[in-house]
Design a binder for this molecule. Structure first.
Ligand code: SF4
Length: 436
């Protein structure tokens, strides 16, 4: 007889959307009466929301699944997500994998667990069971899929065209999350700027959604996970720069600073246009934290193209660079483009961008030394006893002395000292009452 199933863990790889989907599945497994086990403890049910954005991500997904099988003998191991979609047969053949669910089948995981693993068929609605209070920040997926065809990207094939969630449903979820104690909401999607696409609102649907979410009672602050620069329209910019709950942090994927490469990638802006939008953003918003993705080593990227990327990143003064060295994804247009860059050449470009990212992050951090930041307290700092850790509105990670009961609060913190990894050491700039 199979052992009783009581505990689970859900992991994810890759993007924020995968993270949100993993959160959603956790809610649904809690609603089945299962208990989430800490990392490092054996579980009865393990689910991985896999990623396939690069060839490397697919290999990592397989590695994580093999490790889960090894560390949780007898557990039901389930794979879902983009890699499960793109290489389903291979995962299904992996010894020990109990089930594989594609992107469109994720909603079927909880019913499957209830029916096949718990022996019942009743799935309680979302949030029906008391879920332990989670992080201070919650991600809400408002959109899935993408209508673009960037030549390096497999996502439109794996996730399909852009689809938006119903506005009332999103607002209900935000109210519920804020009611559960989440002070910051991050709206996320595969292509967030395509929220409401096809409704004839010419890009205004996202603005309307933001206006409503921002008014949620009890919400502390609101953030967008990512936006394509060409979607930063004047009405959207006017809202982002004026609403007090919008945090001044924007993630704008650049990918390359070379017009020639951007054209071959089929991106919808050029380097000058990108820089102009950033200038408009800086004009409208007080010291915005700008973060970006860069993709060195795209087929045909010459040294001069790469230097343009380095130069533009330096000039735009990003607060952080996320570096994704190019790897060919079968099924993308770029997979057939000839690649002349050697592995060593790609590693060199990656290293240069990582070093630049570190330097930019440190200089961004140093601009705020001696000033105050509004920190959303995430919880105890695992690296410093008696300290809490959180993020400022401008995306700076700060550690400061404080008690656990301040978790989830947004508090002014004096930013005193630089720490490695572009983090900071601070102290509370207000007195908070004594207590446990
Ligand atoms: S905009 Fe381009 S990179 Fe982003 S998901 Fe769509 S196709 Fe992929």
């Amino acid at each position: 007889m199979a052992r009783p199933m009581t505990s689970f863990r859900v992991d994810f790889l890759g993007c924020k959307v995968n993270q949100v989907e993993a959160e959603d599945l956790r809610d649904r497994l809690f609603a089945l009466g299962l208990r989430e086990a800490a990392s490092g403890t054996a579980v009865d049910l393990y689910v991985l929301n896999t990623c396939s954005v690069t060839a490397h991500a697919g290999a990592t997904s397989r590695k994580w699944l093999r490790r889960a099988l090894r560390e949780n003998p007898g557990a039901a191991v389930i794979a879902t997500g983009c890699y499960a979609e793109s290489d389903r047969a291979r995962l299904a053949r992996m010894p020990g994998i109990r089930a594989v669910f594609g992107n469109e089948e994720k909603d079927a995981i909880a019913p499957f667990v209830a029916r096949e693993l718990l022996g019942g068929d009743q799935v309680l609605p979302r949030g029906a069971a008391a879920r332990p209070r989670g992080r201070a920040r919650a991600f809400v997926k408002v959109e899935d899929g993408c209508d673009d065809a960037c030549t390096f990207c497999i996502i439109p094939r794996l996730r399909g065209p852009a689809r938006s969630r119903d506005e009332a449903e999103i607002l209900g979820e935000v109210r519920e999350l804020v009611g559960r104690g989440h002070r910051e909401i991050v709206l996320t999607g595969i292509h967030l700027g395509y929220y409401g696409r096809g409704t004839g609102e010419r890009g205004l649907a996202l603005l309307r959604l933001l206006e409503q979410v921002a008014e949620t009672e009890g919400l502390g602050r609101l953030r967008l996970s990512s936006l394509e620069v060409q979607e930063l329209t004047p009405p959207l910019l006017a809202f982002l720069s004026s609403h007090p709950r919008m945090v001044p942090h924007f993630h704008l994927p650049l990918q390359s600073g070379s017009d020639r490469v951007l054209r071959r990638m089929r991106r919808k802006y050029n380097a000058t246009g990108f820089a102009e939008r950033v200038a408009a953003l800086r004009e409208a918003v007080d010291r915005p934290a700008l973060t970006t993705d860069v993709l060195p080593g795209f087929p045909g990227e010459e040294e001069a193209d790469f230097e343009s990327t380095v130069e533009l990143c330096r000039k735009l003064g990003f607060a952080a660079l996320h570096v994704f060295p190019y790897s060919a994804r079968p099924g993308t247009a770029a997979a057939s483009y000839p690649q002349s860059l050697s592995a060593a050449g790609l590693a060199r470009r990656k290293r240069i961008l990582l070093d630049l990212g570190e330097a930019l992050a440190a200089s961004w951090r140093d601009r705020f030394l001696g000033s105050r930041g509004e920190v959303l307290v995430e919880g105890p700092d695992p690296a410093r006893a008696g300290h809490l850790v959180g993020l400022t509105e401008r995306n700076l990670r700060v550690s400061f002395p404080g008690r656990d009961r301040l978790r989830g609060e947004i508090l002014p913190v004096q930013l005193d000292r630089a720490l490695p990894g572009a983090a900071m050491l601070g102290r509370l700039a207000v007195r908070v009452g004594a207590g446990p």
